[in-house]
Design a protein around this ligand. Structure first.
Ligand SMILES: Nc1nc2c(ncn2[C@@H]2O[C@H](COP(=O)(O)OP(=O)(O)O)[C@@H](O)[C@H]2O)c(=O)[nH]1
Ligand SMILES: [Mg+2]
Length: 371
């Protein structure tokens, strides 16, 4: 502030001094300070107010100074940008409102299936993009929504029915997963589906050394199927078993479902499985458990580097959103689906169309017919 633009006014009261200053300098002058004084030149006590008239001066020439400095153009540019952003925000808000309403049936369906909310909204977002401009003009039909949902799921799911590494001379597959997820039963089913029925010489190995009943169960399956059976208590034992069965084309290895207190043991086996490139690990999960439980199991068993997923107990699962969500979030292909206790019948190679069908609602006509 320039001292030459400042001026003092004296009066008996502050209000009177301010009124005097405003009269001379106008409303734009700035009050800088006010103070009580014992006596002024007229000899009586009162107040001094200090005003700065520079603001008043500025107010008279704003356009001129802005124009000369080029600021006017910048301000006008900013105003145009703001107007554009405003319009864009209004458009987005309208589109979001419209799409929420239009895609509500899909969001509801995904919720019913047990998809986690974060994945549901991601799917809805991508389904909306797939529907494109057309759906902004008219509400999509139920059939359009189903078709688009199916296409979106299909693009995110992978299947890879089979066992063992493609490049390996013999197939060695290890089934891991939480206790009771169906590993032993599935292993017996696989022995038939991937071995006996294909005419492949196969053998079954159990590494479940402490649960006697578990090994016995598998020994019985092996006996029924006419396959050799071995029990490997340590990683070294397993190496010897694999060597002993080197003429077999398929080796199926069962493991116990380690609990939280057996992390060291689990880690020791995980190291072995990871260190042998010919060994493939598949994670067996119970489809009737919640998505969050499957997600935790996936995190725990990830140290085994599973390369495929097997889902069991589909016959008991209320909704299959959990398995679809897990298959998507893990980015692992699904190899087999099991829907019953019968060995060897209740297993099927995973197919994309089958997985996607879990998320589909019946067509209205079919619904009416079964009602
Ligand atoms: N309903 C149903 N039961 C299954 C399925 N797979 C396994 N089971 C049953 O689940 C229980 C545990 O299976 P098991 O193979 O011993 O699990 P593991 O502990 O992972 O080896 C057994 O009673 C099996 O008969 C399935 O797909 N559907
Ligand atoms: Mg078992």
């Amino acid at each position: 502030m320039n001292s030459q633009t400042r001026r003092s006014y004296f009066a008996q009261t502050v209000e009177a001094a301010v009124a005097q200053a405003r009269l001379e300098l106008g409303d734009d002058a700035l009050l800088v300070e006010s103070r009580r004084i014992a006596g002024h030149e007229q000899g009586s006590a009162g107040y001094e107010v200090l005003f700065d008239s520079a603001c008043a001066d500025r107010s008279e020439t704003p356009a001129t100074s802005l124009e000369t400095s080029g600021l006017a153009e910048q301000v006008a540019g900013l105003q145009r940008d703001l107007a554009r952003m405003n319009a864009l925000l209004r458009h987005l808000a309208a589109a979001a409102y419209h799409s929420d309403a239009a895609l509500a049936p899909v969001a509801a369906r995904l919720g019913d299936l047990g998809f986690p909310p974060e994945l549901s909204s991601e799917l809805v977002f991508h389904i909306e993009r797939r529907l494109g401009r057309a759906h902004q003009r008219e509400i999509p039909s139920e059939r359009d929504l189903q078709r688009t949902l199916a296409a979106e799921l299909e693009s995110r799911l992978q299947v890879s029915p089979g066992v063992g590494r493609d490049a390996a001379a013999r197939k060695i597959v290890v089934l891991v997963g939480p206790p009771g997820s169906g590993k032993t039963t599935t292993l017996a089913k696989l022995a038939v589906a991937a071995g006996v029925s294909q005419g492949l010489p196969a053998a079954i190995i159990s590494t479940d050394s402490f649960r006697v009943a578990a090994a016995d169960q598998l020994r019985s399956y092996a006996a029924i199927l006419g396959l050799p059976f071995d029990c490997a208590e340590t990683p070294g034992d397993l190496m010897r078993c694999l060597e002993a069965h080197r003429n077999k084309r398929l080796l199926l290895v069962d493991t116990p479902g380690y609990g939280p207190g057996e992390a060291d043991l689990a880690a020791e086996w995980a190291r072995l499985f990871r260190s042998r490139s010919e060994i493939e690990v598949q994670l067996v999960l119970n489809a009737s458990t919640r998505f969050r439980d499957m997600e935790s199991a996936l995190a725990f068993w990830s140290s085994y580097s599973p390369s495929r997923l097997i889902f069991t107990r589909l016959d008991e699962a209320a909704g299959c959103g959990g398995i679809l969500a897990l298959a998507m979030s893990s980015a692992l292909p699904v190899s087999f689906l099991c829907a019953g206790q019968s060995v060897p019948e209740d297993i099927e190679p995973a197919a994309l169309s089958r997985l996607v069908s879990f998320a589909m609602e019946q067509e209205p006509a079919a619904r009416a017919a079964t009602a």
